[in-house]
Design a binder for this molecule. Structure first.
Ligand code: GLN
Length: 544
């Protein structure tokens, strides 16, 4: 089957959950036996989100092939299990860069370079490239219809709609039906205006997905259909759900997949197999217990900074049949005073990834508390580095231990990586080089130590593959002194130079990992480290 394209745009307001909607649509199409690939077009000018603060843009999601991408790709992977690639996310910045590089090379042969056709051609090329015969490519357009920045993207998808025809393209528009409490009514006008806006750039939506807190009466559905020129059955309700994992089943109940099949004239007599989603929803709804995990981080202003992490902890809960209650703590509270009482009630402590000095001391204090009080601890990336420095200072008697990311410490226990192996090739970096796209990024293998806790957690595997995003590393010169005091480096890069996992065997559960396991966790395939960490928290909660 040739790939069909479903374009997903958003209207009325931002933050309607277009990424989630796209991911859930992908999941229902999979449940009907179709193969899918999901992509995101971001209208901003950064080349990728890698240089943006997480509090601006949320988490930076890293793919196996080392791209720093939008967090919506995380939703796509979690809902479909299809690993994202570099070719699944592009920004206006990258599109313009490609076009301008071509111009400098003289590829346009003296022509005037313009948004139409050169920029739109580059966008269309991106949308259609690197597909491997998937039944559907779902293309989400970032931003809200009406933004100046998204115009070239909308124009490009309009052109594709025209070139490939309705048998291969479909336009889905996500809107909001606000509820006016005083009138007791849902309002359709913003949706009508948003569709008008789309029509003004030549796009007639085929289906409207309407976010709403209240039931949409038939009369309103009819009105939307009439004013927006959409069949009434193609006005689909997207109600608020108790858990994001309810969404695929809800979409099916509302007829979304049926309407998509109908649009493409695909048979859809037999129902989709949504059993996987029913099981997940069941487990989320009826846990057998509850544990509390403290997440001690620094990007608390925008919890989207920890999107994959929060989901991976939910998955760890699903695996253990418990609800995981998260206590988000700004690490700086542990710097101002002795606030360790905040950690006394929790069943596990997690210090996630971070950059820069602010909050680092508080993270070390949290790691120390976990180590000394035997509280299950998972340190991810920066959280591993801080745990190692803490142990070096307070356990191995190296008071000058520190990271060159934070200061110029006498004992550089964590230092800048300027050279490492990727397969058989050497990757080199300059200390004063570009910040964008230059970290150790993407999947790298890691060799597990026989008999270690890490190896047991990974089901006895010798080698694992995990995704990375870091510039600093634990200096292997300190492995000896740290192992002499009870730490074990149970995961190393294949050349034996880069510490990837550290654990403390003489502790109920203490693990630090240099990579980001949260990026690969799925509700139907929880990551073993999160399953084991939440499991350890369950054990601890039973002891108290
Ligand atoms: N800032 C640290 C580094 O670059 C850790 C990065 C992270 O936690 N992702 O190595």
């Amino acid at each position: 089957m040739t790939t069909r394209f479903i374009f997903i745009t958003g209207g009325v307001v931002s933050s309607l959950g277009k990424g989630l909607a796209s991911a859930a649509l992908g999941a229902v199409l999979q449940a009907r036996g179709f193969t899918v690939r999901l992509r995101k077009l971001d209208p901003y000018l950064n080349i990728d989100p890698g240089t943006m603060s997480p509090t601006q843009h949320g988490e930076v999601y890293v793919t196996d092939d080392g791209a720093e991408t939008d967090l919506d790709l995380g939703h796509y992977e979690r809902f479909t299990g299809v690993s994202s690639r570099r070719s699944d996310n592009v920004t206006a910045g990258r599109i313009y860069k490609t076009v301008l590089e071509k111009e400098r090379r003289g590829d346009y042969l003296g022509g005037t370079v313009q948004v139409i056709p050169h920029v739109t051609d580059a966008i269309k090329e991106f949308i259609t490239a690197d597909l491997t015969g998937e039944d559907f490519a779902l293309i989400e357009i970032g931003g809200t219809v009406g933004d100046i920045e998204s115009l070239p993207f909308l124009e490009a998808i309009r052109q594709l709609g025209n070139e490939l025809g309705p048998e291969r393209t479909m336009f889905v528009h996500l809107t909001l039906l606000p509820y006016i409490a005083t009138a007791g009514e849902l309002k359709t006008k913003p949706t009508q205006h948003s569709v008008k806006e789309l029509l003004s750039v030549g796009i007639q939506p085929d289906l409207l997905l309407c976010r709403s807190e209240h039931e949409i009466p038939d009369s309103e559905r009819r009105k939307i259909a009439l004013f927006c020129n959409v069949r009434q059955e193609a006005v689909i309700a997207a109600y608020d759900a108790p858990s994001i994992y309810d969404v695929p089943v809800n979409y099916h109940t509302e007829g979304l997949d049926t309407q998509v099949c109908r649009h493409f004239q695909l048979g859809c007599e037999s129902p989709p197999d949504l059993s996987r989603w029913h099981t997940i929803v069941q487990r989320v709804r009826q846990p057998e217990g509850e544990v509390t995990i403290a997440v001690v981080g620094k990007y608390m202003k925008l919890l989207d900074s920890y999107k994959s992490l929060a989901e991976a902890l939910v998955h760890g809960g699903i695996a253990n049949n418990v609800k995981v209650r998260l206590e988000w703590l700004d690490s700086q509270v542990f710097e101002q005073a002795d606030n360790s009482t905040l950690l006394e009630r929790v069943d596990g402590i997690l210090v996630p990834g971070a950059f820069g000095e602010r909050g680092a001391a508080g993270m070390m204090a949290a790691a120390r508390f976990a180590r000394e009080k035997d509280v299950p601890y998972l340190g991810i990336c920066f959280g591993m580095q801080m745990a190692v420095i803490e142990a070096a200072r307070n356990l191995a008697g190296i008071p000058g231990a520190g990271s060159t990311e934070l200061s110029d410490p006498p004992a550089k226990v964590v230092g800048l990586m300027t050279e490492w192996m990727r397969g058989n090739a050497v990757e080199r970096r300059q200390a004063d080089g570009d910040m964008g796209g230059t970290m150790r990024l993407g999947a790298y293998p890691c060799i597990l130590k026989p008999g270690s806790r890490a190896q047991a957690i990974y089901g006895g595997a010798d080698t694992i593959d995990e995704r990375h995003r870091h510039r600093y590393e634990v200096n292997n010169a300190y492995i000896g002194p740290l192992e002499a005091r009870g730490l074990v480096f149970s995961g190393m890069s294949p050349d034996g130079l880069l510490p990837e996992i550290v654990e403390i065997p003489d502790h109920s559960w203490f693990i630090g990992v240099q990579f980001h396991p949260e990026l690969k966790s799925k509700p139907f395939d929880p990551h073993p480290l999160f399953t084991a960490f939440v499991g350890a928290a369950v054990e601890k909660s039973r002891l108290v």
